[in-house]
Design a binder for this molecule. Sequence first.
Ligand code: 5AD
Ligand code: FES
Length: 357
Amino acid sequence: MDTVISKNNYIEIVDRLRNDCDLNDEKLSLLLLCEDIDVNEYLYSQAREVREKYYGKNVYLRGLIEFTNYCKNNCYYCGIRAGNNNAERYRLSEEEILSCCDLGYELGFRTFVLQGGEDPHFSDDIIVTIVKKIKQKHPDTAVTLSIGEKEKDSYQRFFDAGADRYLLRHETADREHYEKLHPADMSFDHRMQCLKDLKEIGFQVGCGMMVGSPFQKTESLIKDIRFLQELRPHMVGIGPFIPHHDTEFAHKEQGSVQLTLRLLSIIRLILPDVLLPATTALGTVDATGREKGLKAGANVIMPNLSPTQVRGKYLLYDNKICTGDEAAECIRCLSMRVEKTGYRIARSRGDHIFFEK
Ligand code: 5AD
Ligand code: FES
């Protein structure tokens, strides 16, 4: 017979998670599936308290520069996968990338994230040159790369050139699930190896997964959480899966906002000092999704700094927000939104800080 779980039992589970930064699989699974509004509110409030204990009211900005939508991979969920002949492809030139950074710097950004598909045109040499130039021009900024899977020596070269951080979502820590999201020429083991290499080299590392991606089970999410506990990344990027009309998953169900918010809070309680973005995907499925993310423990926002003429082309999923707005407009809009939540945008690099528990 199923044991009936009362609200108080759930509150105890949240308290235990906050105290121990851990839960057993059974309790994690109960919490992940719990839709009770009061319990969810309590979970968010605990995540907020922990986030404020470490980072106060600060929200850190990362200026996202989507510099190429060419990609050699064919991930089944992604709108810019190689096989999508309907995607209008573009690459920014070195000068365009640098002027995005200049504009961003003027707008107050102190972190730039160079994100792109896995585009062979951008050789290691080119990336190294771009990183060096950004750091030369703006030495008080952090440069983050998000350009996919490489070999360790390439990562080392980027690090030596001055790149500070690297984002590579693991996508799922469940091997079987990984194989349902990716074609056979992509390797779960290689992706995991990349994350280990990045950490060993000394990057501040971000990983993460989509919430509600096709074939994801509660057990997959538990594996994700166990993986986060093992890797201890500096940042975790999560957002709901959103179908893209030109992919195999066009008719799959969108990921849930509520589950994404619960996961944000759970991750905040498991890795108290982690950097946790309220993602664009969350803002796409819910008009105030990013604000809800901030209130559930997130402390980072990644506004788009890409030139307006290419924004509508970096479409990983349908209905992406902010594709028509100037960078300055997004900043105004976001500042207002952030302030309404009671937080404030911090004008610093927003490095990850290790806190003694
Ligand atoms: N829905 C939501 N997120 C997506 N991503 C890629 N495609 C989608 C989609 N359809 C995420 C992946 C990738 C990151 C850059 O965007 O997790 O790592
Ligand atoms: Fe881009 Fe609001 S954040 S318009």
